[in-house]
Design a protein around this ligand. Structure first.
Ligand SMILES: Nc1ncnc2c1ncn2[C@@H]1O[C@H](COP(=O)(O)OP(=O)(O)OP(=O)(O)O)[C@@H](O)[C@H]1O
Ligand SMILES: [Mg+2]
Length: 350
């Protein structure tokens, strides 16, 4: 298990962001309104329309599905939606819901128009998923009373609520569940400019002085991820107060990133280790995710959810039907000679 802690080991600084709701500091920096939520313009514009429309009809918002890698703002968006709807929000995560009565207990207690947020919805148990379908569609739940031949099912009406489901793994969500969400938001990695405004906003809240060029350097090293940008900003603040005069400048960013083992595009040692392992031990791939996770000593979830999406986005890694492959860019990054046939790099093997 990954323990959340500010004194986290240097090598796990980034990947520890993988599970991090426990990070109390995160709440201070969490935007509360759509206007304050930086970047993701299309998502914001759409949500703003749907929220206004629902409000003007006096209706509850359609169910919302939030998809994206860790730390991009799914939980944040869920609270913002509740806030903008002026609605109550209840938060849980799918693994916490064990028995049908856990879910039934919540569903029968939601209030009219309120928001029910289920994190990691891809981990919902099948028996509970069935209950959720009916709740989402008909605002009723089926409840079995009695046992054996005397058992019968009654339908209990529940208030009209909005379900917000979040996942890092849309591919693992069953299609009946997926199809019951009226609004789907795919949150992508943030652009450099967007991270710049996130960092500027966070520095203001944390009352930290940071030079414009240092903001830009930090944005480049933040893996397109607000949570990482914020976390690195706090580390830089520490370095600036110990090594410098309190102001974060380019030199502080450069020295700190070197000490943290993070390069100019946000890759840490484990990223390079993953690519090196594929190249050295598996001839550049394809190699299955489970084998790869064991080889690099990483949990499969953090390999798949945290490391891979960014390596893929940066063009260093490919997912093929037969497994993971390092691209020619990965060889270049590691200064290793690339001598594979072009066909192999496409994942078309003969
Ligand atoms: N668009 C944004 N603008 C400003 N800050 C943001 C934005 N998105 C995320 N953040 C910051 O990043 C932090 C992490 O976001 P959040 O907890 O919502 O991520 P998540 O997608 O729910 O991650 P996980 O998959 O790990 O649950 C928040 O505390 C918030 O401060
Ligand atoms: Mg979250």
């Amino acid at each position: 298990m990954i323990v959340e802690n500010e004194e986290i080991q240097v090598t796990s600084l980034l990947s520890s962001t993988f599970q991090s709701e426990a990070d109390a500091q995160e709440n201070i920096l969490r935007p509360k309104t759509l206007a304050d939520f930086q970047g993701q313009v299309r998502i914001k514009e759409n949500l703003s329309v749907f929220i206004q429309a629902a409000r003007s009809r006096g209706d509850s918002l359609d169910h919302v599905f939030l998809i994206g890698p860790p730390g991009l703002g799914k939980t944040t968006l869920a609270s913002i939606i509740a806030n903008e709807m002026g609605a109550e929000i209840r938060m849980t995560s799918a693994p916490a819901l064990e028995k049908p009565k856990d879910l039934a207990g919540i569903l029968t207690n939601v209030t009219e128009g309120s928001i029910f947020f289920i994190d990691e919805i891809h981990r919902m148990r099948p028996a509970l998923e069935e209950m959720l379908y009916i709740a989402m569609e008909d605002f009723e739940i089926d409840w079995v009373i009695g046992q054996g031949p005397a058992a019968r099912t009654i339908r209990i009406p529940i208030p009209r609520f909005t379900l917000i489901g979040a996942t890092t793994k849309a591919g693992q969500v069953s299609s009946p569940l997926y199809s019951r969400f009226g609004i789907t938001c795919r949150i992508e990695f943030y652009q450099e400019e967007e991270l710049v405004s996130i960092i500027r906003r966070s520095a203001r809240i944390l009352e930290t002085s940071i030079e414009e060029s240092a903001i830009r350097l930090l944005a480049k090293s933040s893996r397109g991820t607000p949570r990482i940008a914020n976390r690195l900003l706090r580390r830089l603040r520490d370095y600036a107060s110990v090594l410098g005069n309190g102001t974060i400048n380019d030199e502080i960013v450069r020295v700190s990133m070197e000490r943290l083992g993070i390069d100019g595009q946000g890759l840490e040692e484990q990223d390079r280790n993953i690519l090196r392992t594929i190249i050295k031990f598996y001839d550049g791939g394809p190699v299955g995710a489970e084998t790869l996770a064991i080889s690099v000593g990483e949990a499969i979830e953090s390999l798949e959810d945290f490391y891979e999406p960014y390596l893929i986005q940066k063009g260093y890694l490919k997912r093929t039907p037969r497994g993971r492959m390092a691209t020619s860019m990965a060889y270049d990054l590691l200064n290793m000679p690339y001598d594979r046939k072009p066909d192999e790099n496409q994942g078309i093997l003969f």
